[in-house]
Design a binder for this molecule. Sequence first.
Ligand code: SP5
Ligand code: ZN
Length: 341
Amino acid sequence: MKVVHSPLHARHDGGKELHRGELVPCFEMPSRADFILQALRREGFAVGGPREFPLESLLRVHDAGFVEFLRTAHAEWRAVGKEGFMLPSGFPARSLRRDHIPAGINGKMGYYAFDASTPIVEGTWDAALAAAHCALTAAAHVVEGERGAYALCRPPGHHAGHAVYGGYCFLNNAALAAQYLRDHGKKRVAVLDVDYHHGNGTQDIFWERSDVLFVSIHGTPETEYPYFLGYADERGAGEGEGYTRNFPLPRGTAWAEYVTALDAALDTVGGFAPDALVVSLGVDTYEGDPISAFKLETRHYPLMGERLARLGIPTVFVQEGGYAVEDLGSNVAGVLKGFLA
Ligand code: SP5
Ligand code: ZN
């Protein structure tokens, strides 16, 4: 299986995030990608760089003003005399919402962000764009006939919506891969999101579409981030009604219960009979993850990979979360090896 990776990921080194009322070092750190790359190289995977894609590829799933904001945000921040990481401190929540984009950088940041745990630094755009290109390249490999490909994306993407960023995510790498597959001959595409956190961004992007099925297994939003989406009764709207499916699970879920939800999710994917599958592969379901509460063990990840392979659908794996940095490599490699077994 081809692995797509860009060293530009390291340009995004966020510094601090707001976590439970304190500024703490970012959980989403550059060494995450280094550990994954090291493990995959050790396992003999061939690693290649991303191709270039026109900016328009991003606009297939993202708003043009939003993309322009991400591209220029840190320069605007510097232009008002600031340096270092930028975090928003005011949001257009509920009664404050009227669809006007403020001119100033602080208001604009709050307009496009949905949390204060996703810092933008000078290199964020370069890294996010490279991650998007990794996902698009992996999708291209599958279009060109590979049975599977893996995009080592950093920063991750599944929380980023059509015109909103947060949850350590800026551009939605998995949604871009899914749209690329749609634009290159795959008539029906499924996205299966196994990150611990609900993929609210991917759900947002495909909410009203019946050509892309979105299925997510995650910690219940009653207690878990991103808190406001991911309930089982969210099933899409309009044309897309029935093409979003959510499987929220309680804190403490271990493999025995997890696998029941996984099999139900896989049945849903199989029933859709997709021409290609995108897996939003977060391994923050791991028992050792510092911000999550499922109890999957390293030995379970190959079992997940085997089950995914049983669908018999060409698959693009896109890296999402996972913050137990030293164990990330074994867990990711486990899924991919299980898939290939
Ligand atoms: C891509 C991805 O995995 N994004 C996750 C973003 C999570 N950000 C906030 C997490 C807050 C978790 N609080 C629980 C702390 C337990 N010690
Ligand atoms: Zn996550």
